[in-house]
Design a protein around this ligand. Structure first.
Ligand code: AMP
Ligand code: ZN
Length: 467
């Protein structure tokens, strides 16, 4: 079976076929973070979803060129730079670094390209120039350059590809200068915003005067520069369908006359404890907040990946506790397999791999994919308990798990599970050390060694490793 994905352009699940004539390479762009604060857990649902899409494509044998931009200049950032009396780079640099740290904590594969909008000002200016040249963009009396929806539609182009829009109330030339606006205010939107006093030092020179780019044009310029004028896959959270993605399509197709993106994917939103996240409700979590509560990145990742990407998902701290025990079950099973055999076999066993692959290919049916994993865990545990899993079969099972985890990306604790007797001895040693009975502490350490375990003391606490 081939990979099928929902395509927002078609409003239906479609077979995924890349443009590459050899059906091998896939260009994929995901709208990245706006670096004006730490990314919250809702943002992370979307970025982990993008990581899942990339991993699923790689699992299906494609070579993915994964691009995720960094939005480092737009309305909210400029407001914050002004309020904090700092410079653009100093302000955004801090949140960009934090974003990359969080990305790794959540086991996301690093995108191949992470262009920053401020490094693409020349490409943005060039793109706006092309739109002016084609008569689709115009400079208004306020000095800003706007995209004309009327002219664009007049060229036979369709504005409203991702969302049905109502043009009845549209007044020609009505303009909106903010980066974010509602569907009801379909209007000419800003490509280049003329410099105003509130922008402070955030401006660039251009043939249309000093100013700064609008948010939407940034993504058109960066994606086309890195992936070409037409590419395979574009994704983001569902809130970006309008105006951001609709405007990206209009700007790109308006400038090139070519189809911009073949396949659009949108992830549904995350609620926290049943509500939209907000600081005043106390349900606003960054990844850092959750790590500080003692959860791990892989637990958060597991929970974020537990529901289908097109379904709204309710994130709860109880759910996170559930993720902890679900992962412990997998860890224990994989740990036991590693005790039976040291290496994975060349041929993964199909009992896990086949149901997992068909779930994934069915528009990333993640619930069915996890069900395949937990059925396998149950079955494998049973076989181990019955002593009916020889090393060769265990190696096949491990190989299957490794293939599956190349998509899920939760990793497994590589340490073998610590038997109760060993843990008790280690606790006794800690007590002895506390009582400053070092002789006894050393004797216990030697005894553990003779039983095949070493104790490592680290600032984070004690670690037991199998020799
Ligand atoms: P931003 O940094 O605000 O540009 O958002 C980054 C990404 O997070 C975008 O793709 C948004 O659609 C997505 N996003 C924002 N809020 C949520 C949420 N509550 N649930 C899921 N995705 C979200
Ligand atoms: Zn974007």
């Amino acid at each position: 079976m081939a990979l099928k994905l929902f395509n927002t352009l078609e409003r239906s699940v479609q077979p995924f076929t890349p443009m590459d004539p050899w059906q091998k390479r896939v260009g994929m762009y995901c709208c990245g973070p706006t670096v004006y604060d730490f990314a919250h857990i809702g943002n992370w649902r979307t970025f982990v979803f993008a990581d899942l899409v990339r991993r699923a494509l790689e699992f299906s044998g494609y070579d993915v060129n994964h691009v995720m931009n960094i939005t480092d200049v737009e309305d909210k950032i400029i407001r914050k730079v002004r309020d904090n009396k700092t410079t653009l780079r100093a302000f955004t640099g801090r949140f960009e670094a934090a974003f990359l740290e969080d990305l790794q904590a959540l086991h996301c594969r690093l995108p191949h390209h992470m262009p920053r909008a401020t490094d693409y000002i020349a490409e943005i200016i060039d793109l706006i120039g092309r739109l002016i040249h084609r008569g689709i963009a115009y400079q208004a009396a306020d000095g800003s350059v706007y995209f004309s929806i009327e002219k664009y539609r007049g060229c036979g182009c369709n504005y409203g590809q991702l969302l049905k829009l109502n043009f009845d109330g549209l007044r020609v030339g009505e303009r909106v200068s903010a980066d974010e606006y509602e569907k009801e205010s379909v209007a000419d939107f800003a490509l280049w915003k003329a410099r105003v006093a509130e922008d402070g030092e955030v401006f660039w020179g251009s043939p249309f005067g000093e100013g700064r780019p609008g948010w939407h044009i940034e993504c058109s310029a960066m994606s086309m520069k890195v992936l070409g004028e037409s590419f395979d896959l574009h994704l983001g959270g569902e809130d970006l369908k309008f105006p951001h993605h609709e405007d990206e399509i209009a700007q790109s197709e308006g400038a090139t006359g070519k189809p911009f993106v073949r396949h659009w994917l949108h992830g549904a939103h995350l609620l926290v404890e049943g509500k939209k996240m907000s600081k005043s409700l106390g349900n606003f979590f960054t990844l850092r907040d959750l790590l500080a509560k003692g959860f791990t990145g892989r637990e958060v990742r597991h929970l974020l990946l537990s529901a289908h990407y097109r379904e709204t998902f309710n994130f709860t701290l109880d759910g996170l506790q559930g993720a902890k025990s679900a992962l412990a079950r997998i860890d224990e099973c994989v740990g036991k397999l590693r005790e039976i055999t040291r290496s994975a076999a060349a041929v993964p066993e199909p009992a896990l791999l086949e149901p997992f692959a068909s779930a994934l290919e069915d528009d990333l049916n993640i619930s069915a994919a996890w069900a395949a994993v937990f059925d396998w865990v149950r079955e494998t545990n049973k076989r181990i308990a019955e002593n009916s899993l020889p090393p060769l079969a265990a190696a096949g099972a491990l190989a299957a798990w490794e293939r599956v985890d190349s998509v899920l990306g939760i990793g497994c604790k590589s340490e073998a599970p610590v038997p109760a007797e060993i843990a008790a001895l280690a606790a006794e040693r800690t007590e002895a050390k506390k009582a400053r009975d070092f002789q006894r502490a050393d004797a216990i350490r030697d005894r553990l060694k003779s039983m095949g375990w070493v104790i490592e003391d680290s600032p984070k606490g004690l670690k037991l490793k199998k020799i």
